[in-house]
Design a protein around this ligand. Structure first.
Ligand SMILES: Cc1ncc(C[n+]2csc(CCOP(=O)(O)OP(=O)(O)O)c2C)c(N)n1
Ligand code: SF4
Ligand SMILES: [Mg+2]
Length: 312
């Protein structure tokens, strides 16, 4: 059963006065992650909004030791730190529980620029948690498309709407045979919290991806971050699932969509709420392009339903 939101721990690892936009989904998600990981952790960040938001020592916005690394190296840097901690522990120079080493990386740093080192770390089954907060674009540099940007989205590098579907990164990580993979989003904070608690308890490589609707890139009112996150799940554009040792389980409400107990909401309403699709919706070929986006979602639901039947 999911932990009640009232029972979440009181610790706050994300401090007030950080530089994130109001309603920032990355910061919201990180707050839940902090409650689950606790203070004994080391955070690694690649260039992204989360870095621009964090400020500088001694006024750091996150209450962990934070290491800023270059884009391509989240997998290798976190691996190195984990090994260093193991050696310190072995030599008796580190007392108490070994800190959790985790990456906090955007979709640009995960899907695109950092994929090679991340894939290598997964193949080696390094004892780290890689979080991808996925706002479906390179937000910090003015909203360029990434491999996580869905078809039809207008970004500064897709001025006529992206023509390709996004890739299924959580599934790609699962195919590395790592012990834990999960998806989450900010509208379901207790689901996220439970997944992080579980990931912390599992040795080896863990990957958690959090859909993070960004008001600036997606162009909606900043108070509607949670609403947009919920709409993504209800339309099936984002599926909540987790896989322990290769076995996929869907979480509510995605589990009802997958089992057919509940129909996914048509995508139109979700698209209409976001300025990043407005030109597409006004275009002469709007109907066909909406049908393409709906087709991507329907295909992904059907594929994941079948993929979950296979245990590796
Ligand atoms: C090698 C390299 N290329 C490009 C940049 C410029 N850059 C800084 S942040 C950023 C966007 C990162 O996107 P993402 O990982 O999705 O995080 P977000 O900004 O969306 O939070 C880019 C391209 C950089 N710092 N280093
Ligand atoms: S641009 Fe988006 S992801 Fe970046 S700080 Fe603002 S709300 Fe957060
Ligand atoms: Mg991003």
């Amino acid at each position: 059963m999911t932990t009640s939101i009232k029972k979440l721990p009181d610790n706050e690892q994300v401090l007030s006065g950080n530089g994130a936009c109001g309603g920032c989904p990355s910061t919201m998600a990180l707050r839940m992650v902090g409650k689950a990981l606790g203070p004994n952790a080391i955070m690694l960040l690649t260039p992204a909004c989360a870095v621009a938001s964090m400020g500088m020592t001694p006024k750091l916005g996150y209450d962990w030791p934070c290491i800023n690394i270059c884009f391509a190296t989240a997998g290798s840097s976190a691996s190195g730190i984990t090994h260093a901690l193991e050696i310190l522990k072995e030599k008796g120079r580190l007392q108490g529980e070994v800190p959790t080493v985790f990456n906090w990386v955007g979709d640009g740093g995960t899907y695109d620029i950092g994929f090679q080192a991340l894939s290598a770390a997964a193949e080696r089954n390094e004892n780290i948690i890689h979080f991808c907060y996925n706002n479906e674009a390179y937000s910090n540099t003015g909203v360029q498309r990434s491999g996580a940007t869905p078809r039809g989205t207008f970004t500064t590098t897709t001025p006529t709407g992206k023509r390709q579907p996004k890739k299924n990164m959580p599934l790609l990580m699962l195919e590395h045979n790592i012990p834990y993979v999960a998806t989450a989003t900010v509208a379901y904070p207790a689901d996220l919290y439970d997944k992080v608690v579980k990931a912390k308890s599992i040795p080896g490589m863990k990957y958690i991806e959090i859909l993070s609707p960004c008001y600036l890139g997606w162009q909606f009112d900043m108070a509607e971050t949670v609403k947009m996150s919920r709409m993504a799940v209800h339309s099936g554009a984002w599926l909540l699932w987790e896989a322990e040792n290769g076995k996929i389980t869907f979480n509510s409400p995605s589990s009802q969509i997958i089992s057919g107990k509940k129909a996914a909401q048509p995508i139109d309403e979700y698209l209409k709420q976001q300025g990043r699709f407005s030109r597409l919706l006004k275009g002469p070929d709007a109907e066909q392009r909406i049908a393409e986006i709906q087709g991507d979602i329907d295909r992904e639901i059907a594929f994941m339903r079948e993929r979950a039947k296979i245990t590796i």
